[in-house]
Design a binder for this molecule. Structure first.
Ligand code: XUL
Length: 553
């Protein structure tokens, strides 16, 4: 029997499965979309807003239902669960699941004749809704934690990031403040990525190092919890709520629980490995040294695998430094993350291109770089970069056009599809030099992934604007694929390669998994025009930040 490896990706809008063979080729993919497939939870794009300003959550029971539905779909498609040798995966970063004191018992005694949801929800959770990465309700806690350690740069020096609203430490601090009862009733706190293996193991799994870097609670160089930060965010009891120190990718956490063997026919020897965040999993699946990764999903992220920084530099004030899931301490990941990615582009498509991507592309293709002097910054959700800014901001030849004055003449509608792409990408481009380690060779390739990476117009604009050749991988589901590779890594280490590195495992499979195809090349004269636009973008963004500070929109 050929061993198979399952990678699961619990993202904002769906749960996906990628099942691969030992040579990393894909045997099967399935998915469950939360809004469409589980409408009773009434989520919009997988999330619920409110009740408090800035709060964004997802129902934990919906995720459990999604596990059942996904398993059902895989079974219908003929997947032989008994052949799966190991499971790992990826979760949207930062989201947290609060377990009750009944959780360990409930997980350990799951009855295979009943569903996960009926047995775990609500009794195994002290909060029925998990705060997710789109949440921006913790500004007060962000300032408090930064002040308590001596400022944002000091926090970034320790954890790899200054305080961000979505990071789990401040989320915990806010729940402790506004819902002390729930905090008290919490036995353990998981990230989305450690919640998933917990359900497979039948006990609460440790948190993984790369995803732990998105909490503002772990020392990014030593990969250990920082007691001072733990105390600031959750008091002395937080250490026990977080469980053991974070673990590396490829560790073997144990075997799958009898619930899964009896209910779905999994092999009792199936290994469960730590899951990581969706962004680190994408790096694991697609990154080669010298590549930049642009993930165009619900969020936009720009990712670089970099050698470890011995002196955490000033440059990390708007970017993040994450421990590498498999290669820490010899590598780290630098990341920029934007909340307004695909959903913001879709809003512009719906408003100005008749909700149709081919109309959208025609409008983009008929415009010029720099949109004849127009620039538009679009932040329907409070943004991460620049922090907290919300709304739409337009400029004509560098001059701010207040929204009340926006007429067809001032800001032509037909330019907007191109304007949003340009400003989203120029924001990244203006920050690349700052996140590259000093003396780095120029980046070789831009690997694009995520939903919008299938759009040829967006690929060409990226090639021109970043002045890099754009590649796509044959692997469409990069995070799920990264999860499947992490599953195989744990299994491979258990099977005679205990000291082997992830890179060694992959080198044996060269060419099988990561077929990269060049899909767009920069056009020299267009790329030169974009070089000149970086400074104009930065000036507009600075103006937006000033305007936002005075709320004079
Ligand atoms: C990364 C981030 C998002 C989520 C999306 O910091 O917040 O990219 O991981 O799933």
């Amino acid at each position: 029997m050929q061993p198979l490896f399952l990678g699961l990706d619990l993202s904002t809008q769906q749960l996906k499965a990628v099942l691969v063979r030992e040579d990393h080729s894909i045997l099967h993919e399935s998915s469950v979309r939360f809004d469409q497939d589980l409408p009773s939870y009434e989520t919009e794009n997988g999330a619920l807003k409110g009740p408090a300003e800035g709060e964004v959550t997802s129902p934990v029971a919906m995720w459990l239902d999604a596990f059942e539905l996904l398993a059902e779909r895989m079974k219908q498609a003929g997947v032989d669960f008994g052949s799966i040798a190991a499971i790992s995966g990826a979760g949207q970063q930062h989201g947290s699941v609060f377990w009750s004191y009944d959780a360990e018992d409930a997980l350990a005694s799951l009855d295979p004749s009943q569903t996960l949801t009926s047995q775990l929800s609500p009794k195994a959770f002290s909060l029925p809704r998990a705060p997710i990465w789109q949440d921006s309700s913790t500004t007060r806690e962000c300032r408090e934690i930064e002040e308590a350690v001596g400022g944002p740069q000091i926090l970034a020096d320790i954890t790899g990031s200054r305080a961000y609203e979505r990071f789990t430490g401040t989320q915990i601090a806010r729940i402790r403040r506004v819902n002390a009862e729930a905090y008290k009733a919490t036995s353990r706190i998981s990230l989305v990525s450690s919640f998933m293996p917990s359900v497979f193991l039948g006990r609460i799994a440790p948190i993984e190092i790369s995803d732990a870097s998105g909490m503002n609670l772990m020392n990014v160089l030593t990969c250990k919890w920082d007691d001072i930060l733990l105390d600031i965010c959750g008091g002395p009891e937080l250490r026990s709520k977080l469980g053991p120190e974070p673990v590396s990718g490829g560790t073997c956490l144990g075997n799958i629980s009898s619930f899964w063997t009896n209910r779905w026919g999994f092999n009792p020897n199936c290994l469960i490995a730590p899951f990581t965040g969706d962004n680190p999993a994408t790096v694991v699946a697609l990154s080669f040294p010298g590549d930049a990764l642009l993930s165009l999903g619900t969020s936009t992220t720009f990712l670089l695998s970099i050698p470890p920084a011995d002196i955490p530099p000033k440059r990390f004030t708007t970017s993040h430094l994450l421990s590498h899931p498999t290669t820490a301490p010899d590598a780290q990941i630098a990341m920029l993350c934007y909340k307004n990615g695909a959903l913001a582009r879709e809003q512009v498509r719906d408003k100005y291109a008749d909700s149709d991507w081919s109309n959208y592309n025609t409008l983009v293709d008929s415009g010029n770089p720099g949109c004849n002097g127009y620039m538009g910054l679009y932040f329907p959700l409070p943004e991460i970069i620049p922090p907290g800014v919300k709304g739409e901001f337009f400029f004509r030849n560098g001059r701010f056009v207040p929204l009340v004055q926006v007429t067809e003449e001032e800001v032509p509608q037909a330019f907007q599809p191109r304007m949003i792409l340009e400003s989203q990408f120029l924001s990244i481009r203006s920050r690349i030099a700052a996140i590259l380690p000093p003396d780095s060779p120029p980046l070789q390739r831009l690997v694009v992934t995520g939903g919008s990476s299938a759009n040829h117009t967006i690929r060409q604009l990226a090639a021109d604007l970043f002045n890099m050749k754009v590649y796509v991988s044959t692997t469409k589901e990069a995070a799920g694929m990264g999860g499947a590779l992490l599953a195989k890594y744990a299994w491979w280490k258990q099977n005679g390669n205990s000291k082997g590195t992830f890179e060694e495992m992959n080198a044996m499979m060269e060419g099988e998994s990561t077929g990269m195809k060049c899909v767009a090349e920069p056009r020299e004269e267009v790329a030169m025009q974009y070089d000149g636009l970086v400074a104009s973008y930065t000036a507009c963004e600075e103006e937006v930040v000033k305007i936002w500070a005075t709320k004079d929109v």
